[in-house]
Design a protein. Structure first.
Length: 374
């Protein structure tokens, strides 16, 4: 275990507690299958790959998805017993069975909509789309789409919505509200009532900082602040932002972790957040891009003691761009080093793999939210 260092916290008003929903990576009821990690990645030009990693055998199987399922710039969510691939460049959501990887459905989000994230409520998919007026609503089994307009606060009429997350029947949507870069106003989180597909009056949250970036994650139930949603804010990538946290049902947000507290990374940000919650460990892991493309670290935060581990977990030769935690507690990450990229696995601060295990795509190509383990 690395030495712990004290982290500064900003007081949160009404941001503790909150009811939890089924998390995206929660396993369905029934007999448990052997844990495995799934990764999607694209080359940003023409193709993508879906590969798996077995934590027990440390074996990677490359390109196991069906044809055309993964685009050249994918993101990944795991809901229930299905995988949802957000194909940003191809403007669609691909749904696969999480055990067989059989194609269940592929739903288009509209030309040039640029989908960023997806949340599921019943047979409806709520998609944060970057180049529309807010959220595109898809219905399984149908090809029609609907739009929920969140543009009232957008300086240029386009709210640039970057993430979406369902808690019960409420759908939380974060939007950047940029007229140009950098953002000039704080980001907002809107709440949609999925029963009516309308904006809930008086429920909007104004974030502390500008430019929410990345995807929502939910703190596991039972952990400190269990059920809360977290979102990285980055301002202009020069001034520090923070990892913001709020409880569903409240209308205020605050900084849980400040960018300035991250070791040797100011003014960076948390590009991916994931949680390890067991009787022996209550850890938040997050990846932190460095000051150059050849630097990115995995940072650990002890939720029980409100302390950061001192320094990065990985050595400087590794460029950790994505991370997830398996049911057995193993931390699986993607090392995006340009010369030898691939999967690595850690137990706490100890690496269990000798080398990066290739995933079947060119070195250094990966998504910031392309990993899950279940």
């Amino acid at each position: 275990m690395k030495q712990l260092a004290l982290v500064s916290l900003v007081s949160l008003v009404g941001a503790c507690g909150g009811s939890a929903s089924t998390a995206p990576d929660a396993a369905p009821d029934g007999p448990a299958a052997a844990p495995r990690a799934v990764i999607v990645a694209g080359d940003f030009t023409s193709t993508g790959v879906l590969s798996t990693f077995d934590p027990a055998t440390r074996e990677v199987k490359t390109n196991v998805g069906p044809p055309m399922a993964v685009g050249n710039d994918p993101m990944l969510r795991h809901w229930g017993n299905e995988l949802f691939i957000i194909n940003r460049a191809e403007n669609n959501i691909t749904i696969l069975d999480d055990q067989t990887f059989a194609l269940k459905e592929q739903l288009g989000t509209g030309a040039d909509s640029n989908p960023q994230d997806v949340a599921v409520v019943g047979n409806k998919l709520y998609v944060a789309t970057y180049k529309t007026k807010g959220v595109t609503v898809l219905t399984r089994g149908a090809k029609t789409t609907a739009e929920i307009d969140l543009s009232a606060d957008a300086p240029d009429g386009t709210p640039e919505c970057n993430s979406v997350y369902a808690v019960g029947t409420d759908v939380y949507v974060s939007c950047q509200l940029m007229a140009d870069f950098p953002a000039t106003v704080p980001g907002k989180v809107y709440v949609i009532d999925s029963k009516t597909d309308t904006l809930k009056a008086g429920a909007t949250i104004t974030l502390v900082h500008k430019n929410p970036f990345g995807l929502f994650e939910q703190v596991p139930a039972g952990a400190p602040h269990g059920g809360d949603l977290v979102m990285a804010t980055v301002n202009d990538f020069v001034e520090p932002g923070c990892l913001e946290r709020f409880a569903p049902g409240t209308t205020s947000s605050g900084c849980w972790l400040l960018t300035g507290d991250l070791p040797d990374q100011l003014p960076s940000y948390a590009s991916r957040v994931t949680f390890q919650f067991t009787p022996d460990a209550q850890i938040t892991y997050f990846t932190v891009p460095g000051k150059t493309p050849a630097a990115a670290d995995l940072i650990a935060y002890d939720m029980a003691s409100d302390l950061l581990w001192a320094g990065a977990i990985n050595p400087t030769t590794q460029v950790i761009g994505d991370v997830t935690v398996c049911p057995g507690g193993e931390t699986v990450m993607y090392d995006g080093a340009a010369t030898a990229s691939g999967i690595r696995m850690y137990n706490g601060a100890t690496e269990l793999t000798k080398d990066a295990l290739p995933i079947g795509i060119a070195n250094g190509k990966f998504s910031s939210h392309g990993l899950t383990c279940y």
